[in-house]
Write a protein of this length. Sequence first.
Length: 264
Amino acid sequence: MKKYSFFLCLLLVFVAMSLSSVRSGLSQYFDFPPLPSKDKYGDVVMDNYSTKKGMKPVVFRHWTHRKSYTCRVCHSELYFMMYANATQVRERDNKRGRFCGACHNGKEAFAPETNDTKNCDKCHSYGNKGSQPDISTVLKGLPPNQYGNGVDWVKAIKNGVIHPKDSILDNPKERVRFDKDFYLRAEMAMIPPAKFLHSSHLPWLDCENCHPDIFDIKKKGTHFSMGENLKGRFCGGCHGKVSFPLQDCWRCHERGKRRRRRRR
Ligand code: HEC
Ligand code: HEC
Ligand code: HEC
Ligand code: HEC
Ligand code: HEC
Ligand code: HEC
């Protein structure tokens, strides 16, 4: 037994070493995009029409909004696409209470225009200096993480530090429950499998945010690889853009997990 655990330790050390050398090696091999600073991570510049109409492009910040709303509010209830500039937003839609205007109506959040001020430049803020809120004030007290916005958003919601609204509709759809977790086995020796937990994702997301566009529901329907992730497909559809980035290897490839747990 003792002998066995000695070899187990040795193996774990080896796995750990190989992943960290793979990490420094691969981070050159796999062309990692440079990470923006914490207070720019997850920002989207929206400019399908603004520049053409003589307005500054819009800067949308995920970190100011996700503290108060789950992803599904915007990406399911309000039909914002999960690709920059894939949504066609017109100012008249906002005024009619769609898209940003579902909240920016003077009740839930500031409106484009009030009687005494025009708030256009709060949203049309690209290139404005000093228009950005201070991240350490807004995200004060949230559990820290090295990457992304510097916040462990999973813990923040699990530990009840934040209570983001999960719906802004009068009659919200009933949420489907599903908590199957699995380990996605690496097709490369010595790489610990990547874990995928439905239970960490569902507090934020709806089934339709991932199925069927990003992932097949069929068993082994998806052929994962880091190369594809880095191109923004599969896990990279969110991880690297809004959720913690791919540089955070150990959060997916769990340290010490061996390949013994087969995929499903
Ligand atoms: C308050 C609304 C709102 C919330 C909440 C929100 N998003 Fe977004 N998201 C947007 C908007 C607006 C865009 C830009 C869409 C466009 O340009 O067509 C966007 C874009 C994205 C993109 C594409 C980014 C890029 O650079 O291509 C991803 C990925 C994304 N969101 C994921 C998420 C995830 C994950 C969450 C939850 C943690 C989330 N969003 C929460 C409004 C929101
Ligand atoms: C689900 C509700 C919701 C939606 C949808 C939403 N917002 Fe907000 N937004 C808020 C709330 C709440 C605040 C903070 C309260 C306030 O400032 O009035 C806020 C604050 C802001 C701020 C000031 C803080 C910052 O990030 O600089 C900007 C700018 C902003 N929103 C832009 C947008 C844009 C652009 C869109 C659409 C692409 C959008 N919001 C969609 C709820 C929303
Ligand atoms: C809550 C955020 C928000 C506020 C406030 C806001 N806008 Fe916009 N606006 C947007 C978004 C998002 C778009 C789409 C950006 C794009 O793709 O170019 C947009 C697009 C536009 C466009 C181009 C599309 C079109 O409808 O022709 C104009 C013009 C415009 N806004 C004018 C204004 C004016 C004027 C104000 C102030 C009275 C204002 N906006 C306030 C979010 C906002
Ligand atoms: C968001 C989760 C996630 C993060 C973060 C992540 N990976 Fe992966 N990785 C995966 C998935 C999913 C696969 C495909 C299934 C599998 O091999 O486990 C994978 C596969 C791999 C493979 C196998 C070969 C291949 O291309 O499929 C290697 C090597 C790898 N990752 C290295 C890394 C390194 C090094 C890092 C950190 C720089 C990292 N990964 C960060 C999810 C992630
Ligand atoms: C963040 C993305 C994401 C969300 C949200 C999500 N899933 Fe999944 N789901 C996955 C991934 C990744 C797989 C594995 C796909 C593969 O192996 O090809 C999967 C697999 C499945 C499977 C196949 C399980 C098996 O044993 O083969 C079912 C069923 C499923 N999901 C149902 C759901 C339901 C129901 C919801 C909503 C309550 C949901 N999923 C939400 C990412 C997601
Ligand atoms: C549609 C968006 C989306 C996709 C696609 C997605 N994730 Fe996530 N993931 C999230 C969000 C949101 C969180 C919450 C943490 C954050 O935003 O940083 C999260 C958190 C996680 C966590 C942290 C779990 C914890 O308990 O701390 C892991 C691990 C993870 N994802 C792995 C994966 C893997 C592996 C894939 C691909 C098979 C994947 N994710 C695909 C949005 C996504």
